[in-house]
Design a protein around this ligand. Structure first.
Ligand SMILES: CC(C)(COP(=O)(O)OP(=O)(O)OC[C@H]1O[C@@H](n2cnc3c(N)ncnc32)[C@H](O)[C@@H]1OP(=O)(O)O)[C@@H](O)C(=O)NCCC(=O)NCCS
Length: 350
């Protein structure tokens, strides 16, 4: 392919300069769950690929996990907390409705002068956060933005509902987005641009009720009835979400590749949101991507929503599966319904 490509992300070149993650120590296996729910290790593995998940200890909330991931990402980027201009926290399990969980994350990570806000885009939250950060840094409005997916999903799970309780886990993942001095590393020896290349973000609010926490907001304010009816827990139409996810992953992946002038064959690593192995396998099959180019770790963590992609990126890098110059496709999808794809050429040019 030619190296003179049009880049849909205008402005100065930007990239991810640091990654950080945190998962709680406590491991809950499928067998542990089947002690209190009518389910089995075999059923869960067969339908979802999940083997175990991490669950935060008593009193631990999303910002506690996010702060630890944020600190690690700052150290990884070699940045002092004061260098961060903005903290964005995608989350489906915020500490509170208000203030923003991001405010506590920013404070806990020492980024006290940074603006901070939460972002609600379901399990597409991390990619949406990355897109907001990218726009800010590419345009020169900010220099360093910290995106911190922070999830204590176990707090909004109905542990009596076997169709959802088996799927999710707690965790946090953070990325620092900064300007790139300008590098020319590419996996094929050419002069392809490093860093974040482009995004495809989408939504379909007609599916809003397919995956939601019905009560606790202005739509269904908290009352004795909402508590009795278990309406403060996550509810999901599994089949609808499954169909939606397999459909949008291929569509959105194709859209971002086309925008950036690449083809499926150019992808070195595909990092999808870790919802369900069957969804990922179906989408990868439709895309025509070899399985060696796909990263998964949901076997260990379940669905950690906005933390899942950074959790994969950091592990992939540590295992040598994510290298400078690699063309990486990130793909998030979830409540909203919402989806987001990001294409980037990994590396800082340093
Ligand atoms: C949740 C999911 C695994 C369920 O699989 P499914 O094949 O659709 O299963 P169904 O809901 O049709 O249920 C089939 C049967 O298994 C049962 N079942 C549901 N959960 C079960 C569990 N944990 N253990 C055992 N049986 C279970 C159902 O009660 C149903 O029983 P029935 O046939 O007697 O009524 C699947 O729909 C899914 O993965 N959806 C997407 C979820 C997701 O990724 N959400 C997050 C997106 S960000």
């Amino acid at each position: 392919m030619s190296h003179s490509r049009l880049h849909p992300l205008l402005g100065r070149p930007i990239t991810i300069t640091g990654l950080g993650t945190y998962v709680p120590e406590k491991v809950v296996t499928n067998d542990d769950l089947s002690a209190s729910l009518e389910t089995s290790d075999e059923w869960i593995r067969q339908r979802t690929g999940i083997g175990e998940r991490r669950i935060a200890g008593p009193g631990v909330c999303a910002s506690d996990l996010g702060i630890l991931a944020a600190r690690e990402a700052l150290a990884d980027a070699g940045l002092e907390p004061g260098a961060i201009d903005l903290v964005i926290t995608p989350t489906i399990s915020p500490d509170q409705l208000m203030p923003a969980t991001a405010a506590r994350v920013a404070h806990g990570a020492g980024c006290d002068n940074a603006g901070a806000f939460d972002l609600s885009a379901g399990c597409a939250g991390f990619v949406f956060g990355l897109a907001m950060a990218a726009g800010q840094v590419a345009s020169g409005v900010r220099d360093n933005v910290l995106v911190v997916g922070a999830e204590a999903i176990s707090r909004i799970i109905d542990w009596e509902d076997r169709s959802t309780a088996i799927l999710f886990g707690d965790g946090a993942g953070a990325a620092v987005v900064s300007a790139l001095p300008g590098g020319t590393v590419s996996s094929d020896g050419g002069a392809a641009r490093l860093g974040i290349l482009g995004f495809d973000l989408g939504g379909d609010g007609s599916g809003a009720d397919s995956l939601s926490v019905p009560a606790g907001g202005s739509r269904m304010p908290a009352s004795c009835e909402t508590v009795q009816d278990r309406q403060h827990y996550l509810k999901m139409n599994g089949k609808e979400v499954y169909k939606f996810a397999t459909r949008v992953v291929t569509k959105s992946a194709g859209a971002v590749l086309a925008k950036c002038g690449y083809a499926v064959e150019d992808i070195d690593l595909f990092v999808p949101h870790q919802a369900n192995l069957r969804i990922i396998e179906g989408a990868v099959d439709k895309l025509g991507l070899p399985w060696e180019k796909v990263y998964t770790n949901l076997q260990k963590y379940g669905n950690t929503s906005s933390a899942s992609i950074p959790l994969c990126l950091k592990e992939a890098r540590a295992e040598g599966r994510l290298k400078d110059g690699d063309l990486v496709l990130l793909m998030g999808f979830g409540a909203g319904l919402s989806w987001g794809a990001c294409l980037m050429r990994w590396g800082t040019g340093a």
